[in-house]
Design a protein. Structure first.
Length: 238
């Protein structure tokens, strides 16, 4: 379907991408109305981020823009643009005339990210716990439920997105957009798996999601003595 006011060729590209973005994102996860609103570059970026979490993009491997473009059914240009964004995020490195190499992680790097996230988020949430009313916390129950549903499905990429969304909604209660942006970037970086380590199992995701629910219920109840250990445990368990 052509969209009024837009270049017909751009619309055809969007429609082609909607039909074939596939290989990295299962078809049932792509909602038509969402696809038409997003740019091709945005679709490709979302797919590549999901592939990183799922381990489909292997650390140390080199991927070319044209090859991934063929896989997506789009030109190499949106793939290169998406990969350049991932390079800014620290997920890949650009190799002139070769493509993009997925960077390897180390356990220490992940531990350091968890430590930095805790230094940033724990004091903020503890402060919010003393000032935010219980009804505002209760409004976050759907976000926790979405994370729990993704965990129950055993969907690492879906859970990663829902996990970030939950933390984003919690931190957004403080009204500091810059803090939320920095925290989200750190969170995304912490979700890329280690080389050679199997992707997160359903049981691990369920436990992590349950921590969200327990923390939220403590915040709703105003149980400050319980909030702090739950919050710190959520990060040290990473």
């Amino acid at each position: 379907m052509l969209v009024p006011g837009r270049d017909p060729e751009e619309d055809r590209v969007h429609e082609a991408a909607h039909g074939r973005v596939a290989a990295l994102i299962p078809a049932q996860k792509v909602l038509p109305q969402k696809v038409l609103r997003h740019s091709v570059r945005g679709q490709v970026l979302d797919a590549l981020r999901a592939a990183l979490v799922d381990g489909e993009l292997v650390p140390g491997e080199i991927y070319s823009g044209p090859a991934l473009g063929e896989r997506f059914g789009v030109s190499a240009t949106p793939v290169r643009e998406a990969m350049q964004q991932l390079a800014l995020e620290g997920a890949v490195e650009c190799l002139p005339n070769r493509g993009f190499r997925v960077l390897s992680r180390t356990p220490r790097a992940l531990a350091e990210l968890a430590e930095v996230r805790a230094l940033l988020e724990v004091p903020v949430v503890l402060g919010l716990a003393r000032t935010v009313p219980s009804q505002a916390w209760a409004a976050l129950r759907p976000a926790a439920a979405r994370a729990a549903a993704a965990a129950a499905d055993g969907d690492p990429a879906g859970y990663a997105e829902a996990d970030r969304a939950f933390h984003r909604e919690v931190l957004s209660l403080g009204g500091n957009e810059q803090l939320v942006s920095v925290a989200q970037d750190l969170h995304r970086r912490s979700q890329w798996p280690l080389p050679g380590v199997p992707r997160a199992r359903r049981a691990e995701l369920v436990v992590d999601a349950a921590e969200h629910t327990a923390l939220l219920e403590a915040l709703i109840a105003g149980d400050l003595p319980l909030v702090e250990p739950l919050l710190r445990g959520h990060f040290t368990a990473r």
